[in-house]
Design a protein around this ligand. Structure first.
Ligand code: KIV
Length: 259
């Protein structure tokens, strides 16, 4: 049985850290699930790491559905959450219900993630939660707002920090089951984590969150460029280029296949 959102909230009470990674296809999803990752996020970062766009903005709902269904087929234990892409949920609550409904019905994933903590986002989280759709929230640096915010750290001034803390509280009260805190100061994520009952999942937000998430392409050294807070545990670009080069050499020199 896959993990449930309720279990993950209980883990926070028990002090058990949550391990979260992104996936965009069946093969990686299977590997992450076998490695015991708790939440697999079909993040809209796939626009950049799998589809070659410069930002997350161009990816469409249909593309997210295609990737999320593939990821879901590779997973047995983890909870799978799919990002609602830019402009698939911001127009109205009914647009968000339609998009999130399609995600759950057509892919089999167990929840959606959406960015922002302004009142309209809070209302959307409340309505989706009311009708039984688990929502992961996302505040701080929200990449869908890159043209307004850039990729700068958020919450550095007292006013900004207070706003992000109030957004996190409002999203938690609206029923979000977890919240991503992206690129904010450690003391702010520590304060949010202490204040709300749902798990906080940090990315560039310091060590005091209830869990941590990375974009898998960054962790594996597949991204040509990674954010300053990401860590690569292996350089797969190098390993893959070498292996492919070896194959090409053997074919060109008549060494593969062996006669
Ligand atoms: O799209 C994504 O990969 C994300 C993570 C960075 C949390 O939202």
């Amino acid at each position: 049985m896959p993990l449930t959102t309720q279990q993950l909230i209980e883990w926070k009470q028990q002090g058990r850290p949550l391990v979260v990674l992104t996936a965009w296809d069946y093969a990686f999803a299977q590997l992450l699930d076998m490695a015991g990752i708790d939440i697999i996020l079909v993040g809209d970062s796939l626009a950049m790491v799998a589809l070659g766009h410069d930002t997350t903005l161009p990816v469409t709902l249909d593309e997210m559905l295609h990737h999320a269904a593939a990821v879901r087929r590779g997973v047995k234990r983890a909870l799978v959450v799919c990002d609602l892409p830019f402009l698939s949920y911001q127009e109205s609550v009914s647009q968000a219900i339609h998009a999130a409904g399609r995600v759950l019905k057509e892919t089999g994933v167990q929840g959606v993630k959406l960015e922002g903590g302004h009142p309209a986002a809070v209302e959307t989280v409340a309505r989706l939660t009311d009708i039984g759709i688990p929502v992961m929230a996302h505040v701080g640096l929200t990449p869908q707002s890159v043209h307004r915010l850039g990729y700068r750290q958020q919450g550095k001034t007292e006013a900004e920090a207070e706003r992000i803390l109030s957004e996190a509280i409002a999203l938690s009260e609206a029923g979000a089951f977890a919240i991503v805190l992206e690129h904010i100061p450690s003391q702010l994520s520590r304060a949010i984590t202490a204040k709300i009952p749902i798990p906080t999942i940090g990315i560039g937000a310091g060590p005091d969150c209830d869990g941590q998430v990375l974009v898998t392409a960054d962790l594996l050294g597949l991204s040509p460029k990674k954010p300053p807070f990401a860590k690569s545990y292996v350089n797969l670009r190098e390993i893959i280029t070498e292996a492919v080069g070896e194959f090409a050499k053997e074919v060109r020199e008549g060494q593969f296949p062996e006669s």
